[in-house]
Design a protein. Structure first.
Length: 136
């Protein structure tokens, strides 16, 4: 198993996954997933027509949270990280936690209810070090 810590930085439209090795604060991006890329395939036209706009967006957000949780679960099973920090828009963080199984939840060492998904890697590193950024 890797001794890496994964940092998942997510909002309803984008999830970025970084790895940080023990003793290092430098982030290496592992994955960058956009919800917009997958939204078109999430609901068929017939399904989409049966929902209001807000219901459709909620279903897409929920499906995206499920997709990210599945990716994290698979990575844990393959020993790609030892622990994980979740930084996400509050509602999306709740959805993500709902989809993680108990074994994966045990690897979560930090939860932050903020949407930093559009920040640069350097700004995210600064936040993790306890600093503030120009973008905040």
């Amino acid at each position: 198993m890797s001794n890496a810590t994964w940092i998942v930085v997510a909002g309803e439209g984008r999830a970025r996954i970084f790895a940080s090795e023990e003793g290092s604060f430098a982030l290496q991006q592992v994955e960058d997933v956009s919800n917009a890329h997958h939204a078109a395939t999430m609901l068929t036209e017939k399904q989409a027509a049966s929902y209001s706009e807000s219901e459709r967006k909620e279903k897409e957000r929920d499906k995206f949270a499920s997709q990210i949780a599945s990716y994290i679960e698979d990575a844990r099973l393959h020993g790609r990280f030892e622990q994980i920090r979740l930084i996400a828009e509050p509602k999306f963080l709740g959805m993500l936690l709902d989809y993680l199984n108990e074994q994966t939840k045990k690897t979560v060492v930090d939860k932050v209810s903020k949407d930093y998904s559009s920040l640069s890697t350097k700004d995210i590193e600064q936040i993790l070090l306890g600093g503030r950024t120009r973008s905040e």
